[in-house]
Design a protein around this ligand. Structure first.
Ligand code: GDP
Ligand code: IMO
Ligand code: MG
Length: 429
């Protein structure tokens, strides 16, 4: 298997960025295939921290980085991010960054609508990142999107603007907002167009060439399976498919290109935003894990909700996304706990479930069934070999492996790139 597809197997923030960066030096291209700048991927290299939202995590190691058609792209956010990362000493050119010319744009009107809807939603609030992700995907499917390639044809944008504004002006009126200022929008697009067009191309063609040459492609998922619009905790999800299969459709390669599917799994569970979370801890253990794990959103700075490891959810994610092996991250955050618990099933109205039911109300009522294990007082932080891990940490990892029915390929023991234990190389498997 020459290619590797990295996906989050929980509710996002599992540590995908760190693992993608670690694998990127052995890949010839890193490809983002869904999501947008709702993602926040953190890389720590020799003490220096990089926070990426839209740029693929390969960019820091200089690997060809591709933004595929499945992504929704906010061109102004991209320009800011490129400037920020360049100021940290990373060179970004049309040699190492390619953007699909059929990628739909996130416009200021999408961000407006995201905010207006959330404010109006009351108890039904999803807790989005407010980046306009949902409205942009709606416009893509509704065939009203302005795409990267349109930036080279702004003189003939009028019919598309008619269609886009007919839809948005009606919605905006409902929220008491003025209609879209078409002239201002066109001007903003004109101003940003040269920046984006520098990187724009039919990336499927570039990737086909890369593949033909026998090169290795690393696909970088955003969010996680439980935020998938079909398979996640609907409606408290994002608006794209986050599962591994999207790597193919979101980049323009066939389904056989996904290769080894590496599910990134945190050694406990976190979630940002609203929605069911069976193993959520609202006690001092949760507080402690949140503090030790620095569980604050990379994008919005919101405090992440924290809970015990949920093997039911991860087993389900691994099955749905065809995970070949997992990378278990942040095991060091559990250091020093007297006991650790793993959720092995749910009790719902007197019945035991070995999966998460589909309805949000049932999900919210699921009571976790826990299996307790002794913790470890030794440190795992910075361990780079399996033999360096305390016996009880090894038992915990082995138990997780059994319960989720999927092998552990990597273990991550700190935010630093090289504090990673390799058990099974996804590129040579
Ligand atoms: P992503 O969205 O999946 O890329 O994950 P985020 O970057 O949003 O969140 C993961 C956080 O955990 C980041 O701050 C990482 O630097 C950090 N991190 C990643 N792996 C480890 C690990 O093994 N141990 C610790 N302590 N932190 C880690
Ligand atoms: P990474 O790639 C964690 C969550 C939001 C909200 C829901 C919908 O860093 O793992 P959206 O703005 O997408 O419409 O919000 O999805 N969410 C994430 N949570 N990590 C992410 O990305 C997320 N991207 C979106 O908090 O609950
Ligand atoms: Mg994140």
């Amino acid at each position: 298997m020459a290619n590797v597809t990295v996906i989050g197997a929980q509710w996002g923030d599992e540590g995908k960025g760190k693992i993608v960066d670690w694998l990127a030096s052995r890949a010839d291209a890193v490809v983002r295939f869904q999501g947008g700048h709702n993602a926040g991927h953190t890389l720590v290299i020799d003490g220096k921290t990089y926070k990426l939202s839209l740029l693929p995590s390969g960019i820091v190691s200089g690997t060809l980085s591709v933004i595929g058609n499945g992504v929704v792209l906010d061109p102004w956010a991209l320009r800011d991010e490129v400037a920020k990362v360049e100021a940290q000493g990373v060179s970004i050119t049309d040699e190492n960054l390619a953007i699909a010319d059929n990628c739909p744009l996130i416009l200021p009107l999408h961000r407006d609508l995201d905010g207006l809807r959330e404010t109006a939603a009351g108890k039904g609030k999803i807790g989005t990142t407010g980046r306009g992700i949902g409205p942009a995907y709606e416009d893509k499917v509704g065939r009203r999107a302005i795409r990267v390639c349109d930036l080279a044809h702004l003189e003939s944008l009028e019919p598309q603007l008619d269609r886009l504004c007919a839809h948005h002006d009606a919605l905006r009126a409902g929220f008491g907002q003025p209609p879209v200022d078409r002239a201002a929008l066109l001007e903003e697009l004109r101003e940003i167009a040269p920046f984006v067009l520098r990187f724009a191309q039919p990336v499927w063609k570039r990737l086909k060439k890369v593949r033909r040459a026998g090169a290795k492609i690393l696909f970088e998922g955003a969010q996680g399976v439980l935020l998938d619009v079909d398979h996640g905790t609907y409606p408290f999800v994002t608006s794209s498919n986050t599962v591994s299969g999207t790597a193919a459709s979101g980049s323009g390669l066939g389904p056989n290109s996904t290769g080894f599917v590496l599910g990134i799994v945190k050694a406990y569970t976190t979630r940002v935003g609203s929605g069911p979370f069976p193993t959520e801890l609202e006690d001092e253990v949760g507080q402690r894990l949140g503090e030790r794990g620095h569980e604050f959103g990379t994008v919005t700075g919101r405090k992440r909700r924290v809970g015990w490891f949920d093997a039911v959810l991860v087993r389900q994610s691994c099955a749905i996304s065809g995970v070949t092996g997992i990378a278990l991250t942040k095991i060091d955050v559990l250091d020093g706990l007297e006991k650790v618990a793993i959720c092995t099933g749910y009790r719902l109205r007197g019945k035991v479930y070995d999966y998460l039911p589909s309805h949000a109300a049932d999900q919210a009522e699921c009571e976790p069934i826990y299996e307790e294990m002794p913790g470890w007082s030794e440190s795992t932080a910075g361990a780079r070999s399996y033999a360096d891990l305390p016996a009880n940490a090894i038992k915990y990892i082995q138990r997780i492996q059994e319960l989720i029915e999927c092998p552990v390929a990597l273990v991550s023991t700190s935010p630093e790139r090289d504090d990673t234990i390799l058990m099974r190389d996804p590129f040579v498997d």
